[in-house]
Design a protein around this ligand. Structure first.
Ligand SMILES: [Fe+2]
Length: 411
């Protein structure tokens, strides 16, 4: 994150003696990025973080992309996927490239180990479920529609609460950097002098939920930390609990942001996707399409114009809302609109949008500057008829929107 905070106990200066109650020194760890000139935190451990007892490579995480030379629109229907694995092993990459990987996880079992992604930042979007993220930097309670930003190197265990019998299974989407960049708010939202969120930003510091106490676990034993690096997960063994931090300070830590706390920017005429931007990494952005008032020009067309986003592939994950205006789209659908071919409203939806004043849509979008490739798991739930779904257009003379019609504006 961009701004300074601290939790727990830290000494009055960096790099000075800071002692445990038994007189021994705490172990200071500078947790830095970008060659120590990027966001950094300083962490104080009870035990030296370098003490590991053993390691072994467990499994490869390298996505196997298919149809890399095929350019076509896709619609992945993910709602009925079967729960599998834990919140790490259950992640199934659907789309990705050299910059970012998008995975879906419907965990079936708890993690009985801690995990560190030493390869990239993670932006997790919780669709269904709640629980607790236990991290190096403290505890984060999470719930439905939370984004959780977990920066590279954070050790954590993700513990879901048991879902009620009548609720959908716990489910999240994960965007993970694989180009060494970090997932941060767009720089244009932040003051160049203080890193404070500016007045025009659609969210600010008060919307971010930072790690809280409890922070420290002081226990000896054999603890497994699985570390992802080099497209592989390794198992390391610590002889003390890996969350043995008594305090930290700095600008590098995980946090939560609920999508309902995003304050959409509306306009007299249709506002373009960058107004919905929430985060970015190098070569990709993440946007939030939230319920909001629609355009207020007396002759406004609320749904988007047909558009070619010539330098971007566009992925939408549909969270909730009225999907009737979009052929075949359902909760947990994923659409991919690649650069190279225009897309836009489905037949009949333009006329029906006229006069509407509100949208209930809720969707998470990821735009990438390099083409996205599907995996075979994506093809397994792909709707091959989706690219044809615009084909049966005919003029709709129905005129004004019917009462209660609430169009979706993602496209
Ligand atoms: Fe689009």
């Amino acid at each position: 994150m961009a701004y300074y905070t601290q939790l727990g106990e830290v000494p009055s200066k960096r790099h000075i003696q800071f002692r445990r109650p038994d007189g021994a020194l705490y172990s200071e760890e500078v947790f830095g990025t970008e060659g120590f000139v990027g966001p950094t935190s300083t962490i104080y451990h009870i035990h030296p973080p370098t003490q590991v007892a053993g390691w072994t490579k467990l499994y490869s995480t390298k996505p196997q992309y298919v149809e890399q030379d095929v350019m076509r629109m896709r619609h992945l229907k993910t709602f009925n996927r079967t729960p599998a694995g834990d919140p790490v092993t259950g992640r199934v990459v659907l789309l990705g490239n050299a910059d970012v990987e998008m995975s879906l996880c419907i965990p079936a079992e708890p993690m009985d180990y801690h995990f560190k992604n030493g390869q990239g930042d993670e932006c997790i979007f919780i669709h269904f479920g709640s629980g607790t993220l236990h991290t190096t930097f403290g505890t984060l309670a999470f719930g439905p529609k939370d984004y959780i930003i977990i920066p590279k190197g954070t050790i954590y265990k993700m513990a879901f609460d048991n879902a009620p019998d009548d609720a959908p299974p716990n489910r999240f989407v994960c965007f993970e950097t694989c180009n060494t960049s970090h997932i941060l708010p767009p720089p244009r939202y932040l003051s160049r002098k203080t890193s404070q969120f500016l007045e025009h930003a659609p969210y600010c510091e008060r919307d971010l939920r930072l790690p809280k106490l409890p922070l420290t676990v002081d226990e000896a034993g054999d603890y497994e930390v699985r570390i992802k690096a080099r497209d592989s997960v390794h198992s390391y063994t610590y002889d003390y609990h890996p969350l043995d931090v008594v305090g930290w300070d700095g600008c590098y830590y995980p946090y939560c942001f609920n999508i309902d706390d995003f304050s959409p920017i509306v306009g007299k005429h249709h506002m373009p996707p960058p107004t919905h931007q929430t985060f970015e990494g190098h070569n990709f952005v993440i946007c939030s399409f939230c319920p909001r008032m629609l355009d207020f020009h007396p002759k406004a067309i609320a749904v988007p114009y047909n558009h070619s986003n010539l330098d971007s592939d566009e992925v939408l994950y549909y969270v909730e809302g009225n999907y009737k205006a979009r052929k075949g789209i359902e909760v947990a659908s994923v659409s991919l609109h690649p650069q190279g071919i225009p897309h836009g409203p489905h037949p009949g939806t333009v006329e029906k949008s006229i006069g509407a004043t509100w949208t209930d849509e809720l969707a998470v979008m990821c735009d990438t500057f390099r083409p996205l490739h599907p995996t075979k798991e994506a093809l397994a739930c792909d709707d091959p008829d989706y690219p044809q779904s615009w084909a049966d257009w005919k003029p709709d003379a129905s005129g004004q929107a019917q009462d209660g019609h609430r169009p979706n504006t993602w496209n």
